[in-house]
Design a protein around this ligand. Sequence first.
Ligand code: MG
Ligand code: ZN
Length: 237
Amino acid sequence: MTDGAPRTLHIHEAILSRNTQLAEDNRATFRARGILAANMLSSPGSGKTALLERTLADLSGELTSAVIVGDLATDNDARRLAGHGAKVVQIATGDICHLDAKMVARALPDVDSPDLRLLFIENVGNLVCPAAYDLGEALRVVLLSVTEGEDKPAKYPTLFKSADIALITKIDLAEATGFDRAAAHEAISRIAPQARILELSSRSGQGMSEWYDLLRARIPSVGSAGAETPTGQGRQL
Ligand code: MG
Ligand code: ZN
């Protein structure tokens, strides 16, 4: 299928409604435990793993973090993420092109600890169906790298509509790739006016401190049930 071609997603409503129940269970657990769960979504190669490597390393002395990473096959990303001061578990999804709430609930004990504060869920690289699966996250983070087209948000509106944060990654390559920053900001804002937009580079470090501030600000206090406002206004599909 070519990018932008007309497409229709047919997803069983029963599966989605079951997933939503399990996601609510996850969300209640995270909230009660004071854990910020961030669902990280993008195309393959947008820099999710590189961003998480740097984030884990930079925050390791400050906050206990963990990662659940999903890919169709291999544990390459989990191996890259290991050794940065966080527990990491890989979910090999086989032929399933997204993570769901049940997979997250099953994987959590492998990376859990009493003082866990930041749980990153690196979703399968895919801009389509992961949008439909609530994992119980409090923060939905969508990455768009400067090596992709500025019109990705217009082509994949469902995912961008549900974003709390839109990260423009690999910003150190913007000039070399002729990236049109204004067009990208405009495209994101038009589809996802609620999303906070941040430009960053895991390589140069640009924007990373702002990213960490956004995370710190969203960590719930332990037992703050009901205090969090629902996020991802476009999530009801
Ligand atoms: Mg990855
Ligand atoms: Zn899928």
